[in-house]
Design a binder for this molecule. Structure first.
Ligand code: CA
Length: 369
């Protein structure tokens, strides 16, 4: 059978499947789309076209346009082009933009529960986190957190594990964190504060200058891919791992509720499916580019890679445990989110331990491929 003919026939069958024959000859197509077109704005927390973050937002907008055959056009704005990076949430809530692309921990000042939907210190890997969002009850809780703001959230990417960051002082013990002015958002920032440091929230585009001028002593950003793009290795001496505060950070697509309600069902489906596709797209991009960029940082720029000592990491985890208990007792919704995360962790961790961890631990002893 001619392949093109087959595809056309299958496409026609798909359209017909949405139609049901009513009394007489009337055919009603409940799933048939209207031909109305929509033009949306997407505001982002990233510099325009920034590798991995900005480019992922661009690809999501392109996917929506392509899948909808141009019926939903999404124009992407970098941080500060329409609104500042940290006003994305308000802009979508108020309808200044119909759509946003960001990370949920930036909104903890507006909704403290939001920070659990980006990265959880010492928490779930990207793969585990996606299981929680899509099948473990995470998505329903996230929608509940954003509901009072008239925003519908979608998972739209993941950076994978991040780096602990760039430091101009060595970290050999918890005492070395005393008085450390460090850019680190969300729950990780609060843990640093309790460990004696001073967390700052600074948009990515301002990090290099803040570090170079000594406004901050250290910064985390993302990982080799994004950190190389900002040239952070030129402003700090040591590059520390692991990214204890962000083991697999979720990126979000925000949609204004009224704008969503005005869309026909097929365009809503396209946003949902395009966001889901962006999760794979972004994590794949980060995985490959982080590997390439780490090699460039080490081989071409002579970056000094350091591992945070285990006792520092364990103490930070203990501070984090106390913080979680406190947050859960202060806020009923956070209590439910943490209960859901804990139940999920108890379910998946034994599996991750015998599967991923066993093979990863074996890697230093074997030559893969
Ligand atoms: Ca980060």
């Amino acid at each position: 059978m001619d392949r093109r003919k087959f595809v056309t026939a299958a496409g026609a069958a798909g359209v017909l499947a949405a139609c049901t024959k009513q009394q007489g000859s009337q055919v009603e197509c409940s799933g048939q789309s209207s031909q109305q077109t929509f033009e949306w704005k997407m505001v982002t927390s990233w510099p325009r076209d920034f590798p991995g973050l900005g480019t992922n937002a661009n690809r999501l907008a392109e996917k929506i346009g392509r899948l909808s055959n141009g019926r939903l056009k999404v124009k992407v704005y970098g941080g500060n082009e329409l609104v500042p990076p940290f006003e994305v949430f308000d802009a979508v809530s108020q309808g200044t933009a119909e759509m946003g692309h960001s990370a949920a921990y930036y909104w903890k000042g507006k909704a403290p529960a939001a920070q659990f939907f980006a990265g959880i210190p010492f928490g779930l890997s990207a793969q585990e986190l996606h299981g929680w969002f899509y099948f473990g009850g995470g998505m329903e809780l996230w929608r509940e957190v954003y509901e009072p703001f008239g925003i519908i959230p979608f998972l739209a990417g993941n950076s994978g594990p991040q780096m602990a960051g760039w430091f101009n002082r060595e970290i050999n013990s918890l005492d070395d964190l005393q008085g450390l002015k460090m850019r680190i958002p969300g729950l990780g920032g609060e843990i640093l504060r309790r460990a004696g440091g001073t967390p700052q929230t600074i948009p990515g585009a301002e990090l290099f200058t803040a570090l170079q001028t000594g406004t901050i002593d250290a910064t985390e950003w993302v990982g080799p891919y994004n950190d190389l793009a900002f040239g952070l290795f030129r402003a700090a001496k040591y590059y520390y791992y692991p990214g204890w505060h962000e083991p697999g950070t979720a990126l979000e697509c925000l949609v204004n509720r009224d704008a969503w309600d005005a869309l026909p069902q097929d365009l809503r489906d396209i946003i949902e499916i395009a966001s889901q596709a962006s999760v794979v797209d972004t994590l794949s991009d980060f995985t490959y580019q982080n590997g390439k960029s780490l090699r460039i940082l080490l081989d071409e720029h002579g970056v000094e890679l350091r591992r945070l000592p285990d006792d520092v990491l364990i103490k930070l985890k203990q501070i984090g445990d106390d913080l979680m208990l406190e947050l859960a007792s202060d806020d009923e919704l956070i209590g439910r989110i943490l209960a859901s995360l804990n139940a999920y962790y108890e379910t998946v961790n034994p599996w991750t331990t015998i599967s991923d961890r066993t093979l990863l631990n074996l890697r230093p002893e074997i030559d893969t491929f």
